[in-house]
Write a protein that binds this ligand. Structure first.
Ligand SMILES: Cc1cc2nc3c(=O)[nH]c(=O)nc-3n(C[C@H](O)[C@H](O)[C@H](O)COP(=O)(O)OP(=O)(O)OC[C@H]3O[C@@H](n4cnc5c(N)ncnc54)[C@H](O)[C@@H]3O)c2cc1C
Length: 457
């Protein structure tokens, strides 16, 4: 047995350090679609102290470690590489405190997001982080990827919701700032460095989140508009015309809508034939649903909105959301997809859509593709499904999407991170001095390079 694994087992015991057939499939892969790989060993710490002991041993042996949360990542960050020890936070679960005076919640990093959301709701508050993977992703994973999701427009990305962190460094040292205060300018806010660092700088073991008042009277609608410029006009009109602004603003272009209502079979709230469909949610509070209806009626009279349907019940709201979430069903009905999560400046999004419509069909006959996303945050998701999947066609699709993204001044990762999957493209979105600064930070914090090697940089 490898000397590092032997020492891990001797120190933490065989229940916390699994090898061989005792390592479940769950820990062999994330959701990016790479070939599942069994890690050299699986460490299942129950406490920060266990994480600290494990990393100190791996550091001494120069043993590469991959940190794992809920394994829902879409960049290959938690996907084990050959010879890596997987350190999974899956046993470090629990909301330790909700503090109503400071509106904060403290949780262990392995806690699934839905449990964090539930605890906030039970206290009459809400967690600003929400995404489709809420049932499986961990709050530590959300912070390590600086996750976005459905409510970024209102509450920002994960970063904006974090007040404090506890982190174990590559050599096992524990650094803790379980800060609950909105203001704390005592020196560097080192916690920021670990948010979005995808497990390359340290292991997050505990988090303090700022919570929010729960929005009241949330209204949901699907609207049809004539292209992205009109969608942005609707967005800006809502910011001015609705007292609580918007919570959700999700765009689904006609290609996406067509597949949702035909291949996937989601009921069509609005007849097909429009260019762009928007799923919007707004809290109307005291003003009640009438205000939302009046607002949309005004946009319809102006000609900005071509058609609209407003949910009148929770069941209707769920049906509208099925449209957006139809993408999670693709695996059952469609060929394997090459997926993208790019940012495009809003003023150039029309050019991006036009270019995709022009260039995608040229890649290979029979390619099916869709575009959708958290458009208010400049975030587009593109899924391209060639009739036959292979590395050549994958590269050709990536070339089209990433060249376009780069030429429009966008980012190759809006919210999923770089991980292993997008590492070759990082240079399209970051300059040499930026990459050199990242490398300096990495070598200062992890001089032996044991944490998530080959990810990001
Ligand atoms: C159906 C579905 C919907 C999704 N929707 C969204 C969305 O709307 N917005 C969005 O941003 N993402 C989305 N994702 C991607 C994914 O859910 C997020 O990236 C999520 O934050 C990953 O959390 P996780 O716990 O599953 O992390 P993992 O997949 O386990 O790990 C992700 C990365 O974080 C690192 N990591 C995990 N935990 C820790 C820790 N405690 N300390 C240090 N590093 C750690 C890993 O090493 C890896 O690099 C979606 C994924 C799916 C499958």
């Amino acid at each position: 047995m490898n000397a590092a694994v032997e020492e891990l087992r001797a120190t933490l015991g065989p229940d916390l350090v699994r090898v061989g057939d005792d390592i479940p499939q769950r820990n062999w892969h994330d959701q990016v679609g790479m070939t599942p790989t069994r890690p050299l060993a699986l460490v299942l710490p129950r406490s920060t102290e266990d994480v600290s002991k494990a990393l100190a041993i791996c550091h001494r042996h120069r043993q590469p470690v991959v940190t794992q949360g809920g394994m829902t990542g879409l960049a290959g960050g938690a996907h084990p590489g050959d010879g890596e020890v997987a350190l999974s936070l899956e046993r470090m679960v629990g909301v330790e405190e909700v503090d109503p005076a400071s509106n904060t919640l403290t949780a262990l990093a392995g806690t699934p997001l839905y449990l964090v959301q539930q605890a906030a709701e039970e206290a009459g508050l809400m967690c600003g982080i929400d995404l489709g993977a809420r049932g499986s992703c961990s709050i530590g994973g959300n912070i390590s990827t600086n996750a976005g999701g459905n409510q970024v427009l209102r509450y920002g990305m994960a970063r904006k919701n974090v007040l404090g962190l506890e982190v174990v460094l590559a050599d096992g040292r524990v650094v803790r700032s379980l800060n609950k205060m909105m203001k704390n300018n005592a020196g560097y806010d080192w916690t920021q460095m670990f948010i979005g660092s995808e497990g390359t700088l340290g292991v997050v073991t505990r988090v303090v989140l700022g919570l929010h008042a729960r929005p009241r009277g949330v209204q949901t609608a699907v609207l049809a508009v004539d292209g992205v410029e009109d969608a942005i006009k609707v967005l800006r009109a809502a910011e001015r015309g609705l007292p609580g602004g918007l919570l959700v603003f999700e765009a689904m272009w006609s290609e996406f809508y067509g597949i949702a209502i035909t291949t996937i079979g989601v009921p069509a709230p609005i007849p097909a034939g429009h260019d762009l469909y928007l799923l919007v949610e707004a809290p109307t509070g005291e003003a009640g649903p009438e205000l939302f209806e009046e607002f949309l009626a005004g946009l319809y009279e102006e000609g900005l909105v071509k058609d609209a349907v407003i949910a009148k019940s929770k069941a209707e709201r769920d049906r509208l959301w099925m449209l957006r979430e139809s993408v999670y069903e693709y695996g059952k009905h469609m060929p394997k997809a090459v997926g993208f999560d790019v940012s495009i400046p809003l003023g150039r999004m029309r050019e991006a859509i036009d270019a995709l419509r022009r260039d995608m069909p040229k890649i290979v006959d029979g390619i099916v593709w869709v575009v959708f996303g958290h458009v208010a945050d400049s975030n587009l998701h593109v899924n391209a499904m060639p009739p036959v999947y292979g590395s050549e066609v994958k590269l050709a699709i990536e070339k089209v999407v990433y060249d376009l993204t780069s030429s429009l001044g966008g980012s190759v990762s809006a919210e999923h991170g770089i991980g292993r999957a997008k590492k070759p493209y990082l240079g399209l979105s970051r300059t040499e001095p930026e990459l050199a600064l990242m490398a300096t930070i990495k070598s200062a914090l992890d001089p032996a390079g044991i944490l998530n090697p080959g990810r990001v940089l």
